[in-house]
Design a protein around this ligand. Structure first.
Ligand code: HEM
Length: 298
């Protein structure tokens, strides 16, 4: 057997050296308390809207009749739908107000916030990471060095904006038809019903399959990622999941500032129970929609 050719040490490109950190059992804080609370309210209101909305949409199926009893009848399902919708819109507005507050506190201008380093906007890096991910899925490349926000997280974030515009505006038209028809033709209310109803199916289908898969069911996170509830993640997990973010934090010396004490086990257990309940309700709604579309759609 031939010996491998000797390697000239000067030609080897050294790996970037990341200093070993003393973490002391602490965890990396990824989400603020406000973001976590808003996400929980978003989950509860979205589930309530999906359950009551689908009960109204598929009111002719035996499942909808059973669910309508839980809500106190079809009429009261409609009331619960309106209360949940009000809460969801309030959650969305609170997030927008928080963005304005963050811009004033942490950035000099909207431009700096929107196009800065950790932007939620799609950039060329996202395109490169998307293509890199496709190669990685096919075994033709290594896992991209994802940063603070991945392209699929940005997509999920903006899906809420799109959903709020389309579902929210058409929902308000269904809620206050007299008001809207003061300026709009009456037939638009019929169009709003179709858009609201079909966009709701799309939103439910997307959230309970693609979003669930991206966040909880991919191999690195399976069976559930609780970071959006606890706000915390293991530093090793951060290093593996978001290597570019980790490297940036270490090199700028900011990692220490983001380290917090972990939650006690009872809090983690409560979070897991909530998370599993949400996952089970979500998957059940998807199964129910598939059943209704195949066997009972009118
Ligand atoms: C956030 C703002 C929303 C508002 C203001 C709103 C408002 C409404 C209103 C007023 C109705 C008519 C209810 C009735 O007939 O008693 C309705 C129906 C419905 N909503 Fe919403 N909704 C919103 C969000 C959602 C969401 C997020 C979903 C699902 C994920 C959803 C799914 C549905 C469905 C499926 C119907 C039944 C439509 C049909 O009869 O075909 N809604 N909504």
């Amino acid at each position: 057997m031939r010996n491998p050719a000797p390697v000239n040490p000067a030609s080897v490109i050294p790996e970037p050296v990341i200093p070993k950190l003393v973490i002391g059992g602490r965890e990396y804080l990824r989400f603020t308390r406000l973001n976590r609370v808003l996400h929980v309210i978003m989950i509860v209101t979205f589930m309530s809207l999906a359950l009551t909305g689908m009960t109204l949409k598929f009111s002719y199926t035996p499942w909808a009749v059973i669910l309508s009893h839980l809500f106190g009848g079809f009429e009261s399902a409609g009331y619960i739908h309106r209360v949940a919708a009000t809460l969801m819109i309030a959650t969305f507005v609170t997030h927008l107000v928080d963005l304005v507050r963050r811009k004033r506190k942490d950035f000099r201008s909207w431009r700096a916030m929107i196009f800065g380093k950790d932007t939620m906007m799609f950039t060329r890096k996202d395109l490169a990471e998307f293509l890199g991910s496709m190669k990685w899925f096919l075994g033709a490349g290594s896992r991209p060095q994802y940063g603070r926000w991945t392209y699929w997280e940005k997509f999920d974030y903006f899906a809420v904006f799109w959903g709020m515009m389309v579902i929210g505006s058409t929902g308000l038209m269904l809620w206050f038809p007299e008001l809207f028809t003061l300026v709009l033709p009456g037939w638009l209310i019929n169009v709003a019903t179709i858009i609201h109803s079909d966009e709701a199916l799309l939103a439910v289908g997307f959230i309970f399959t693609v979003h669930f898969f991206n966040t909880h069911l991919r191999p690195e996170k399976f069976p559930m990622d609780i970071v959006i509830f606890s706000g915390r993640m293991d530093v090793d997990e951060l290093r593996e999941d978001k290597p570019a973010e980790y490297e940036d934090l270490v090199q700028t010396g900011k990692l220490e500032d983001h380290l917090v004490e972990p939650y006690p086990p009872i809090v983690i257990r409560t979070i897991r129970i909530f998370g599993w309940t949400a996952l089970c309700v979500g998957f059940s709604i998807v199964l129910w929609i598939i059943y209704a579309m195949i066997f009972a759609y009118r």
